[in-house]
Design a protein around this ligand. Structure first.
Ligand code: MN
Length: 415
């Protein structure tokens, strides 16, 4: 039996088509894009708590925030930059001199300079021409380089922008000194196949020294697209713990990391056994509840109830688990309920050293199923009611806002 393979691994058939960078530089965005999740706010001290765990897990690069946003945000970036973390600390800036100076002042060693690239962003948001975008980008990159920073150049909405413009812009900023180029799927519209084409075209046209991607999850494809990018040699994936971020969020750190480790056997050097603890900390400090069926860190991702599954798991965990829960610092849970089978009951009884004869086992199972089906949903409904109210309007409430309007004496003016 020992030389027989228990499961086939078809990833090995496509191995020649992948070219992973070595090392892969995880670029954490939890404290910047993750904090931009509606209603989420981290204090500088909370950012430091999260950064310390990220650093300990082995995440090499952490975006601390945009110092020009507020005095508190500047304090957060300064705090992280001077905390002696093992990770490099990055701060973000628009292509605006004040933003870049704020990052230089913050003490961060890395900067991400961002500007929009698509026509809709240029015309309706920035109100700038392509030439103007090019000029401010080059100037910002040069200024940051002259201050000795490691410079990443980012465009928002890269993958909906004219390719010729993107090519010229990125070639020029790289020539101006940018160390790393970042491609953003800002509204999450890429699919793995198209993204692969896009990235290979970009590599062919621009010859980036070092490439990074920023993928959003509007169609649930952020992790898939990020893994695709890594397959074609992208160095630095942007990720957020628990998939936090604007709207539907960004590529989830735990998904990308474990995808690399467990699907492709890539050694990321990350201490994955602290993933669950990290997820819980971010859940608590962000106030964004992790969905129960979320991959890797959701409550249910290592739980089994159905009889067939429980029976399989008890016989061999490979039957219904692609990885052991301990890998991410978790434990398997066997749930008793309507779908339970005999194997689960036998296993549960072992906890008290009980071996039940068959008739009693059948009786117990019947009672268990009946209990499972009879469970009231009242408690759950009350919880959901409260939960929905809480998330209906995160951030500052309408009542709070209108009170502020009154406080500064703003009143209605009829034209
Ligand atoms: Mn984003």
């Amino acid at each position: 039996m020992t030389d027989e393979r228990l499961v086939e691994d078809y990833h090995s058939f496509t191995e020649a088509r992948r070219r992973f960078a070595d090392p892969i530089v995880f670029w954490d965005e939890t404290l910047r894009d993750g904090e931009q999740t509606p209603g989420v706010h981290f204090s500088p001290e909370e950012k430091l708590r999260i950064a310390e765990v990220l650093a300990d897990i082995g995440v090499p690069l952490i975006d601390a925030g945009i110092p020009v946003v507020s005095a508190e945000e500047a304090r957060a970036v300064h705090l992280l930059a001077h905390a002696g973390l093992k990770s490099k600390v990055l701060a973000s800036a628009r292509t605006v001199p004040a933003d870049v100076e704020a990052v230089i002042q913050s003490g961060a060693s890395h900067i991400a300079i961002f500007v929009a690239a698509s026509q809709v962003h240029l015309r309706y948001k920035l109100k700038m021409s392509q030439e103007e975008v090019r000029e401010v980008s080059i100037a910002s990159v040069r200024r940051a380089k002259s201050a000795g920073l490691h410079v990443a150049f980012v465009t928002e909405d890269t993958v909906r922008a004219p390719f010729d413009f993107v090519e010229r812009l990125y070639r020029d900023v790289q020539e101006a000194g940018a160390d790393r180029l970042v491609i953003s799927d800002t509204v999450g519209i890429m699919t793995p196949l198209t993204f692969r084409w896009y990235l290979e075209e970009f590599q062919r046209r621009v010859h980036p020294k070092d490439l990074s991607v920023h993928c959003h999850n509007d169609f649930g494809l952020a992790t898939a697209n990020t893994l695709t990018a890594l397959e074609v040699g992208v160095t630095a994936p942007h990720t957020c713990v628990n998939g936090l971020g604007e709207r539907a969020g960004n590529a989830a750190f735990e998904e990308v990391a474990l995808g690399l480790e467990r699907l492709y056997g890539i050694r990321t050097g990350l201490r994955t056994e602290r993933m669950y603890e990290l997820s819980r900390l971010v859940e608590e400090l962000s106030g964004v509840v992790v969905q129960p069926n979320k991959a890797i860190v959701g409550y249910n991702s290592f739980s089994h109830e159905a009889g067939i599954h429980t029976h399989g798991i008890l016989a061999h965990t490979l039957t219904y688990e692609p990885m052991q829960p301990e890998v991410v610092g978790r434990r398997r849970r066997m749930i008793l309920g309507k779908h339970s089978g005999k194997a689960a009951v036998v296993e549960k009884l072992k906890e008290r050293g009980i071996v039940a004869p068959d008739p009693q086992l059948t009786e117990l199972l019947q009672r268990l199923k009946a209990q499972g089906e009879a469970r009231s949903k009242e408690e759950l409904r009350a919880f959901l009611e409260e939960y929905r109210q809480l998330f209906e309007q995160p951030g500052v409430s309408d009542a709070e806002f209108w009170k502020m309007v009154e406080a500064i004496g703003l009143t209605e003016v009829r034209a």
